[in-house]
Design a protein around this ligand. Structure first.
Ligand code: SF4
Length: 274
């Protein structure tokens, strides 16, 4: 990918450029000065033949229409949003985490080999925002044998290659409670593309009535059928998920949405790698 095309993609993602994004993500760890800043930047660079990876693990899908399906998770680093309740901030938040320790740049061959050794037939590409690394995913995904799900916040358009190979899109547009500016979190052109794909499911984290109102409006504008929409209670503890889940169960019963949960939080709390 040329610098010009990477900058174009960065602008679409709401970033000034990938270079400035790298500088901002390494800033906190660079201040701790445990190595040359340049080395840190090189390791986090988004390039078409490597992936910035947070973790790879096997578990059960905890959210959305395939909740409970045994799956391998490839969690990629970096995100173009900054949700206040994000439970994977270790993939992007350089103010709270040392991304140099949290993330690794891995070759596509290395990632493919790791995935090929795993027995589970369902693969979830998640993040962070995995579509920030679409060029590398374009090269990797056609070589994989698993059924592929992608989790995205719906701010970046899917590439033709990914559209051809991904069996299920879990699209999670961020609402007011996420704390992101509307101009960053809502891309109607992208949402309209996903709305037109019948294997794209919308999964909305709902914290309160304001989120619920915004979710209804967004789904109606894009004509997303309610049977393709999962409402999910915001929460990082089982108690909070149950409390908000009971409120959302009433909403779903009345309005025809599907009720989602966060199974991994219910089972394990706010833990990584599950
Ligand atoms: S889009 Fe997802 S990964 Fe990015 S900050 Fe929001 S919740 Fe976290």
């Amino acid at each position: 990918m040329s610098k010009r095309s990477s900058d174009r993609r960065a602008r679409r993602a709401g970033l000034t450029s990938f270079r400035s994004y790298l500088v901002s993500t390494v800033d906190a760890s660079a201040r701790q000065a445990r190595g040359p800043t340049h080395a840190r930047q090189v390791k986090l660079r988004i390039v078409p033949d490597r992936l910035v990876v947070s973790e790879v693990f096997d578990s059960v899908q905890g959210e959305g229409p395939s909740t409970g399906v045994p799956s391998t998770f490839l969690r990629l680093g970096l995100c173009n949003l900054a949700c206040v309740w994000c439970d994977t901030a270790y993939t992007w938040d350089a103010r709270r985490f040392d991304l140099q320790d949290e993330l690794r740049s891995r070759s596509l061959e290395e990632v493919a080999e790791d995935l090929a050794q795993r027995a589970l037939k369902n693969l979830v590409l998640t993040g962070g925002e995995p579509l920030l690394q679409a060029d590398a995913l374009d090269a990797l995904v056609p070589t994989l044998t698993q059924r592929i799900e992608v989790e995205t916040a719906g701010t970046l358009a899917p590439s033709p290659t990914l559209l051809a190979h991904v069996a299920q899109w879990n699209v999670s547009p961020k609402l007011a409670s996420s704390g992101n500016a509307v101009s960053k979190r809502r891309r109607d052109d992208v949402l309209s593309t996903f709305a037109s794909i019948d294997h794209a499911y919308f999964k909305l984290v709902i914290a309160d009535d304001t989120d619920l109102e915004e979710a209804r409006e967004l789904l109606d504008v894009h004509g997303v059928p309610r049977e393709r929409t999962w409402l999910m209670p915001e929460g990082t503890t089982p108690e909070r998920i149950a409390e908000r889940g009971r409120w959302l169960a009433d909403v779903c019963t009345r309005e025809g949405f599907r009720l989602g949960t966060r199974l991994h939080v219910v089972l394990w709390g706010d833990r990584r790698g599950v």
